[in-house]
Design a protein around this ligand. Structure first.
Ligand code: IFM
Length: 768
């Protein structure tokens, strides 16, 4: 929590640190990063090397090296700047710094740091600004301003550095550092496994011509050394332009990188910065949520929204959102269920075209999901637990290791955690409900939903004695309990999808027979098969809430496990780094769960009675370790629903501050899982709009059921539903809704007992 008092500017648009803490290298590099969904550049200093966890992670560079895990590559660093004064090399970590500040400005998407640094006996003023252009996603721009107070020999080294931090192996071969015909530095390399060509080009502009310029080329580095004789009062302005393309982007990445670099230089730093500010203003027009009365919540929220934006490859319909975004290589740059359930809703209600892209990625990865189902002996589409570019399963069989013995642990994330498939199908249908985009369903969504329904049917076990369908050997959202039967979350999601699949089939028969026939031929679907889904939906085993306690077991036999709380388990650990889950972790034979499971289901469905929700919240909350960053948001959302205002706020802060206050483990069971927790970032938006404002879209009505935290005076945000846009402002006393003039149709609303409709341009104030 140490950043708290030293952290937020009073606009809530910036976070900063005023003290350097070398032991927090990993966390600080992540929280100060810039990015644009194509690449992520960590918030390290310009001189940083691999030991300081410098990284520029580029999407669509999945590669496997040294027989380790396939992951995104950290590409050669084209923004490295080192300098020395009278032969003394400057490092932020070693120099004496006064008035130091490192900052990220979300409003503009710009990172910066500055200080008065003492080096070689003189004070210099140093300031650096950096951004990854949102307008042109292959471009990084960095400006250094250095002011001198005394005479000295000054030397600058501008480099593309190829010695890189990598989690799983060295990804490159054929290093070709060099110089282009007009003097730009270039670094060409190729990835080990998939031979993806990576091209990085760097060039600079300086306000003062150097006295000498020298090229230095090493096996994995190319640099320009510029030397000066500086005098007191000199001010050097250095602008660096770095462009990155890969052969997965286009056929001639070197030419593209060079052309863009030259175009960028023609525009110059100021114009590019103006473009960047404009792009981010447009983004914030869509996504910003303004909170009045709580600066901490405001800044945390913007931090999270910013990271949900920069993790998302809006430029492509063929790339996943990584569980750690592009902040590092952890979790292999790949998608989990996080993508649909946590990251996507913010886009669905703010920029639905991007939500569509995200789901198209799942459409394009259907072949891999089918392959996985077949490999494991099932039919239909079984989506990967960790899904890379093609949707191939990236989750290794052995994920964690026993920290006491060093032995690998076989986790069944990749073969028992089946809920990812119905979660995707659930979201496809949700997308349709919110956007009304029936064409998407006809062209893509139906195939996803039918393929998932087919998988679920093939994966289920029919228990003839009980005349019901069951799922055996599961791993639900709570990852500490593997090999469980009838995980309620999974069974419920499956029933929902099977129901939707049957209804969808019927509607397609009525309205889109030609396309349905085509699809039936494509995936060999018959009406008899659909009948089996209907039967399964009807007979799938779902526990009923206990008539007295109203409790629902998370899975069969859950209540028979030892009833303890996480604090007790902590005392049983022999090593703090131990993994708590399957097969021998301290939680396995107890009721302690890693993360929201049943409670997460209540977030997705509105069909549960309040007394059932309340009873289960009260029961599961104290037994939840929140060992996953996905967990607190579900408790916050449900606490809002049942009127637990304080708990909602507590869990909201917990969820939003995972990265900023660095509260989650960076290493678990020996595996590096640091970096930005993008699911929690996406959930931040949900907690405000769907939690505190109580927004939902149901039966064509927009409903608000607000419960603002005590100290909040107002919350303002925008919404897009069925292509219509609305501005919402909520205070303790009233709710103001404005329908944009450009809306195409009226929209129905319900706020407590008030039901009304807003035509385009209309405004309504509802007294609360
Ligand atoms: O998908 C999650 C999972 O629910 C908990 N472990 C981490 C994964 C990636 O965020």
């Amino acid at each position: 929590m140490e950043l708290k008092n030293n952290l937020f500017s009073d606009t809530g648009w910036e976070i900063y640190e005023n003290t350097l803490e070398p032991e927090k290298l990993i966390n600080r590099g992540s929280i100060f990063m810039v990015g644009n969904g194509y690449l992520g550049y960590r918030g390290t200093f310009a001189e940083a090397d691999k030991d300081e966890y410098q990284a520029c992670i580029v999407s669509d560079t999945y590669d496997k090296a040294d027989d380790k895990w396939r992951e995104l590559c950290n590409v050669p660093n084209g923004l490295q700047v080192k300098f020395s004064l009278d032969n003394e090399l400057f490092s932020n970590y070693e120099a004496e710094l006064n008035n130091y500040q490192r900052k990220i400005d979300f409003k503009k998407g710009i990172f910066s740091y500055k200080s008065e640094a003492n080096i070689a006996g003189q004070n210099i003023n140093l300031s650096v600004e950096r951004f990854s252009s949102y307008e042109n996603k292959h471009l990084l721009v960095q400006r250094h301003i250095i002011e001198f107070t005394e005479e000295a020999d000054f030397s600058l080294e501008l480099a593309i550095e190829g010695e890189l931090w990598s989690l799983n192996g060295d990804h490159f071969k054929d290093y070709q550092p060099g110089v282009m015909d007009e003097g730009e530095l270039k670094f060409s390399t190729t990835t080990q496994e998939r031979e993806i060509a990576i091209e990085v080009i760097q060039d600079y502009q300086l306000n003062q011509k150097p006295q000498a310029e020298k090229i230095i080329t090493k096996e994995r580095k190319v640099a320009k050394e510029l030397t000066y004789q500086v005098t007191a009062g000199d001010k050097l302005v250095l602008d660096l332009f770095t462009t990155i393309y890969t052969s997965n982007d286009l056929a001639n990445p070197k030419k593209a990188a060079l052309d863009l670099n030259r175009r960028a230089q023609k525009k110059g730093f100021q114009t590019l910065k103006t473009e960047q500010v404009k792009s981010w203003a447009e983004l914030w027009d869509k996504f910003d949520i303004k909170i009045t009365g709580d600066l901490e919540a405001q800044a945390l929220l913007r931090f999270n929204i910013f990271h949900n934006i920069i993790a998302t490859p809006v430029h492509s319909e063929r790339l996943p959102i990584g569980a750690r975004g592009l902040s590092c290589q952890a979790y292999q740059g790949a998608a989990f269920w996080d993508q649909e359930i946590f990251n996507l809703p913010m886009f669905l209600y703010s920029w639905p075209e991007v939500a569509k892209n995200i789901l198209l990625y799942r459409y394009h990865t259907l072949p891999a999901a089918r392959e996985k189902a077949e490999r494991l002996g099932f039919k239909g589409a079984y989506y990967a637990w960790i899904s890379g570019k093609t949707g191939e399963e990236l989750c290794p069989d052995f994920f964690f290791e026993d920290v006491l013995t060093g032995r690998k642990i076989r986790n069944h994330f990749n073969d028992w955690q089946i809920h990812v498939s119905p979660d995707i199908a659930y979201t496809v249908w949700k997308y349709y409900q919110v956007t009304g985009d029936w064409d998407f369903i006809v062209d893509y969504g139906a195939e996803i939903i039918f393929s998932v329904a087919r998988f679920l049917y093939s994966r289920a076990y029919y228990n003839p004695g009980e005349e019901r369908y069951e799922f055996l050997k599961l791993l639900g959202p709570d990852e500490y309990h593997e090999n469980v039967d009838n995980n309620y979350f999974t069974n419920y999601q499956a029933k929902h999808v099977l129901d939707k699949a049957c209804k969808l089939y019927q509607r397609l028969e009525e309205e889109n027979l030609e396309q349905l026939t085509e699809l039936k031929n494509k995936i060999s679907l018959s009406s008899e098969e659909v009948e089996t889904w209907a039967e399964m939906a009807d007979k799938i085993y779902l526990f009923q809430p206990d008539p007295e306690s109203k409790l629902i077991p998370q899975f069969a036999g859950y209540f028979a496990l030892e009833d303890v709380i996480p604090e007790v388990l902590e005392e049983r650990l022999q090593d703090p780094r131990e993994y708590w889950g399957w097969p021998i972790g301290v939680a396995v034979h107890t009721q302690v769960i890693k993360q929201a499971d049943l409670i997460q289901l209540f977030v997705l469905h509105d069909d549960f009675r309040e007394e059932v929700i309340k009873a289960n919240y009260d029961y599961y909350e104290p037994r939840t370790e929140h060992g996953s960053s996905l967990s607190p948001s579900a408790y916050a959302l449900i606490a809002c629903k049942i009127g637990y205002q304080e708990q909602a706020y507590k869990n909201f802060l917990k969820s939003c501050s995972v990265d900023l206050y660095s509260t989650n483990k960076a290493i678990s069971g020996g595996t590096f899982i640091g970096g930005i927790h993008t699911a929690a970032c996406g959930a931040a938006w949900q907690m405000i709009v769907q939690g505190f404002a109580g927004f939902k879209y149901q039966d064509r009505q927009i409903i608000f059921d607000p419960l603002l935290p005590e100290k909040w005076q107002a919350v303002e945000f925008n919404l897009v539903v069925k292509g219509n846009k609305f501005k919402v402002k909520l205070t303790k006393n009233d709710l103001n809704i404005r329908a944009e003039q450009s809306n195409k149709s009226p929209q129905d609303f319900a706020v407590f007992a008030n039901e009304f409709s807003l035509a385009p341009g209309d405004h309504r104030r509802v007294n609360l």
